[in-house]
Ligand binder design. Structure first.
Ligand SMILES: Nc1nc2c(c(=O)[nH]1)N[C@H]1C(S)=C(S)[C@@H](COP(=O)(O)O)O[C@H]1N2
Ligand SMILES: [Mo]
Length: 422
């Protein structure tokens, strides 16, 4: 019969055995590179990169879903190309940093006991959330840029929601490790190179690292560690530069040898401009090439209907404006057509009205969009009929599409069918 005493000794023996084993695993994984200093050096770059992605991501989301009290005004035509290009390039660059950081701290998975106290349990839980979201964000981002959706959920909503969780977990993480971060940041002397990464409460951290510091100085040879750390950081930095250059090349030259998606999606590039969704994919070919097509202005009784010839007869404007896709790529093009604000005046729509633009498309998230008055009334915003000197290609939104400055590509609605007050 098992008495409480024998049970007690069994759990004790088990615990001892596990402790021994986890210590052995950690010793086997030990590397002179796995130091607090390395993790702080990589960690602060990674933190800065995530922060940049967070801020540019908020901007992109605000443009796509403005808040009633916060709707970014139109700025320079290329502003969104810059912010979203930065988002994607920095997002690509942080992948090697993230992998390096996880490699450095990974032996801490084998600390024993896994949980020491309630605060420690909470800290570990927030760390699990941090690691999971830090991995999910670049993974979903890359898959979205490749237009590969092995999931059912809305990419944008999920990517955005996880970003808030990630930033929250990052703040907790930095707060918990602040003493070690400050120490590694301040000194940078060779002694720090010898300090293995610790998973400790702040007090333990302070006393135990002081002890380690002494033994490491006795042990000597801090120079080799500094050299190998520099080499490690060099490799990580090189990998990061490489992914950054690949993303940048794709961003500025989405057509051609650097294109990441052309081989996959077989996108055409009619009139020298990338096509994200063709007329055939959007299932609008018949409706868009119908000679009886009309653009409806307004709703209900007073609505006007304009044929393409009517639009061509109105004063034409030409603007050089980019298509800046959320995937990070940008292409400048010369657009000719009617100023949207001229059409709004023609339809008698109020100055301050938010405008709804509908396309011929029956399905799909981008089949209709709304545009705040500041963009709709901007003199650069056109209902484009021509692209780079030719009538719009069917794939670029023939008979008519919207093109506005500083807006994400997803909002540049193609194959328009109606314009009305939202
Ligand atoms: N109706 C409609 N408009 C749309 C889309 C769409 O799927 N349907 N895709 C948008 C996206 S994601 C981008 S990047 C631009 C691309 O325009 P382009 O094909 O002329 O380059 O169109 C936008 N307009
Ligand atoms: Mo896009």
């Amino acid at each position: 019969m098992a008495t409480p005493r024998t049970i007690g000794s069994v759990t004790e023996r088990l615990s001892n055995a596990l402790q021994e084993r986890s210590e052995r695993v950690r010793a086997a994984l030990g590397s002179p590179l796995r130091t607090t200093r390395t993790t702080v050096v990589v960690g602060r770059l990674l933190g800065a990169a995530f922060l940049i992605c967070f801020l540019t991501g908020i901007y992109s989301n605000l443009l796509q879903s403005p808040l009633p009290w916060l709707s970014p005004p139109p700025g320079p035509a290329h502003l969104y190309a810059w912010t979203q290009g930065t988002h994607v390039v920095v997002g690509a660059m942080l992948i090697p940093l993230l992998l390096a950081k996880l490699w450095v701290v990974f032996p801490q998975l084998f600390t024993w006991p896994p949980v020491r106290s309630l605060p420690h349990l909470l800290e570990r839980a927030s760390l699990a959330i941090l690691v999971a979201t830090a991995l999910m964000e670049p993974i979903t981002g890359v898959l979205n840029a490749l237009k590969w959706y092995p999931w059912d959920f809305s990419f944008r909503r999920t990517h955005f929601a996880l970003a808030w969780v990630l930033i929250g977990a990052m703040i907790v993480h930095i707060a918990v490790h602040l003493p070690a971060i400050i120490r590694a940041w301040r000194s940078g002397g060779p002694g720090d190179d010898r300090e293995p990464v610790q998973d400790q409460t702040p007090e333990q951290d302070r006393t135990e690292t002081r002890d380690r510091h002494q033994t490491s100085e006795e042990a000597g040879a801090p120079k080799t560690t500094a050299v190998s750390r520099r080499r490690f950081l060099g490799v990580v930095g090189g990998a990061s530069a490489l992914t950054g250059v690949a993303a940048l090349a794709h961003a500025v030259a989405p057509i051609g040898p650097f294109s990441l998606k052309e081989p996959r999606a077989r996108v055409s590039a009619a009139q020298g401009v990338t096509v994200n969704r063709s007329a055939r994919q959007a299932e609008v070919t018949d409706l868009a090439s119908d000679p009886g097509w009309m653009l409806r202005l307004g709703a209900g009784e007073g609505a006007l209907a304009l044929a393409r010839a009517d639009l061509e007869a109105l004063p034409q404007r030409t603007e050089v404006l980019p298509i800046a896709c959320v995937e990070g790529w940008t292409i400048d093009a010369t657009w000719t057509g009617v100023r949207l604000r001229d059409l709004l005046d023609l339809g008698g729509m109020p100055e301050e009205a938010t405008i709804r633009l509908r396309s011929l498309q029956r399905r799909g998230a981008f089949r209709e969009t709304t545009m705040p008055a500041a963009y709709a009334r901007d003199p650069r915003t056109l209902i484009a009929l021509r692209l780079n000197g030719e009538p719009l290609d069917l794939d670029h939104g023939y008979p008519a599409r919207v093109i506005a400055p500083g807006r994400p590509g997803v909002l540049q609605t193609k194959w328009l069918t109606s314009i009305e007050v939202a």
